[in-house]
Design a protein around this ligand. Structure first.
Ligand code: ZN
Length: 178
């Protein structure tokens, strides 16, 4: 594990919401993918990319901590290049940016709010995917699922919502002997 520079700590918050619709061709929903895990579910997110709200919220939490461009600016939904795009590629781009700047993720805490499907059986896979795409240890990633108590759009199963908090530091430079 890298040693962090305690004099450089930044916190960031990311939020994302996608409307859920019946899967195409009945509706405009894409297959329901969260943190790279595909759920067998009759509705899925409407979005320009693959609509992976977990990856999108994480991207904004980490870039928010560092004051960098958010996902909507970095990968505009008006750009046909990102149509149906695998959102894992956004996290890989972020990992490369962090490697260049010398910044490193201390930990991530992710909350997924949706009525269905149940996330708990796939939580381990979701955490493993996030950790792999960002090149960090799985112990640095926490993920929890909550319902919205059947009220409002999320509770009625018409949307999925994700909050992510990231703590970012800088890998400690090892002093070399002259
Ligand atoms: Zn999104």
């Amino acid at each position: 594990m890298p040693e962090f520079d305690p004099s450089f700590l930044r916190i960031g918050h990311g939020y994302d919401l996608h409307r859920l619709e019946a899967l195409a061709p009945e509706g405009r929903g894409r297959p329901f993918i969260l943190a790279g895990v595909r759920f067998d579910h009759p509705v899925g997110p409407v979005g320009h990319s693959d609509g992976d709200a977990v990856y999108h919220a994480i991207y904004d939490a980490v870039t928010g901590a560092l004051g960098l461009t958010d996902i909507g600016q970095a990968f505009p939904d008006t750009d046909p290049a990102f149509e149906g795009h695998d959102s894992a590629r956004f996290l890989r781009a972020l990992r490369d940016d962090l490697a260049r700047s010398g910044d490193a993720i201390v930990n991530l805490d992710v909350t997924v709010v949706c009525e269905r499907p149940k996330l708990s059986p796939r939580k381990g896979e979701m955490i493993a995917n996030i950790a792999r795409e960002l090149g960090i240890e799985p112990v640095r990633v926490n993920l929890k699922g909550k319902t919205h108590e059947k009220v409002d759009a999320v509770g009625e199963g018409r949307a999925v919502e994700v909050h992510a908090v990231a703590l970012v530091s800088r890998a400690k430079r090892v002093a070399h002997a002259p």
